[in-house]
Design a protein around this ligand. Structure first.
Ligand SMILES: Nc1nc2c(ncn2[C@@H]2O[C@H](COP(=O)(O)OP(=O)(O)O)[C@@H](O)[C@H]2O)c(=O)[nH]1
Ligand SMILES: [Mg+2]
Length: 286
């Protein structure tokens, strides 16, 4: 059996848990996917809870900060060609990655996991407000002058709230590159909440790759420049199928007999699928 480790990164609200919830439901119910479940090891309760919420059109609960070992989910997956591979995903809360960014702290087990993985999925939520840079003059003076009275906590909070999203993401990728001593890795960029793109006149005709180029140009340039290290594919995914907090949309989604029919998965050529295992086939599989 081929062993594969994949890790999932993304800031809080990036869509990581919703993806796992939909993936788990699809693996249990949909046997025509490119990848099917061979075996599951570990405690199913977490996956069951999030996928039940998902199927009922509720937002998945916020992932609490847990230690690395407790949050790792191990799946044995079978590809259509018969290959079986083992994937483990730690469902880390986004704060773990923000801590990495703001405070330069990482759990040892997570670090080793990143070193040993062959692939990673980076989630970016299309819906979330992307923080764009401020003009220096718009930043309050006390942040600009050397003022020892700013306590560290408020500094960290400010950094997380105000640093541009793409700066935080590039920093995370740089960190991955550094701790792997530049050992190449397959990278899947997943833009979540893809259902919202049709409503946005600036982006509705874009492919997932074009969207990153336009919306997060620094991230785009970093990935291109480091293509020897990050072998990258882009996907658009709607795990929920729509905004479940809007009652009309929620009713419409719940009206579909098979919850998997809510899924939208878009590849680089803008082809649309219902199979949420597609990124795993392309990024994690053989
Ligand atoms: N419209 C829409 N919103 C989504 C979708 N997937 C996730 N969201 C929303 O994005 C937010 C963050 O999702 P979550 O999976 O908890 O992100 P995590 O913090 O990365 O685990 C929640 O409010 C979700 O309802 C989607 O497919 N469509
Ligand atoms: Mg989460």
């Amino acid at each position: 059996m081929i062993k594969r480790s994949c890790f999932i990164m993304g800031l809080p609200g990036a869509g990581k848990t919703s993806f796992l919830a939909a993936l788990w439901h699809s693996l249990l119910t949909n046997h025509s996917n490119l990848i099917t479940l061979d075996k599951f090891e570990g405690d199913q309760s977490y996956l069951s809870t999030i996928s039940k919420n998902w199927a009922n059109g509720l937002t998945v609960s916020r992932t609490l900060k847990r230690n690395f070992a407790d949050s790792t989910i191990k799946l044995k997956l079978r590809q259509q060609n018969g290959n079986v591979f083992e994937v483990s995903f730690p469902d880390q809360s986004g704060e773990t990655f923000q801590e990495l960014y703001a405070e330069r702290i990482i759990d040892n087990a997570l670090m080793e996991y990143i070193q040993d993985s062959n692939s990673m999925l980076l989630f970016i939520n299309f819906k979330e407000e992307m923080y764009t840079p401020d003009l220096i003059t718009a930043i309050p003076r006390h942040y600009r002058t050397k003022d020892d009275t700013i306590d560290e906590k408020s500094f960290t909070e400010r950094v997380l709230r105000k640093d541009p999203t793409q700066v935080q993401l590039v920093d995370l990728l740089q960190f991955v590159k550094y701790i792997r001593s530049e050992e190449p890795i397959k990278l899947g960029i997943i833009i979540s909440a893809w259902d919202l793109i049709v409503k946005d006149p600036d982006f509705c005709n874009k492919s997932p790759k074009e969207l990153i180029k336009k919306k997060l140009p620094l991230l785009w340039q970093f990935i291109i420049t480091n293509s020897m290290f990050f072998s990258t594919k882009y996907f658009g995914i709607s795990a929920q199928g729509g905004d479940v907090e809007d009652p009309t949309i929620r009713d419409e989604l719940l009206g579909k007999t098979d919850p998997c029919d809510r899924l939208i998965i878009v590849d680089e050529q803008k082809r649309i699928y219902k199979d949420i295992t597609l990124p795993l086939t392309e990024i994690v599989g053989e």
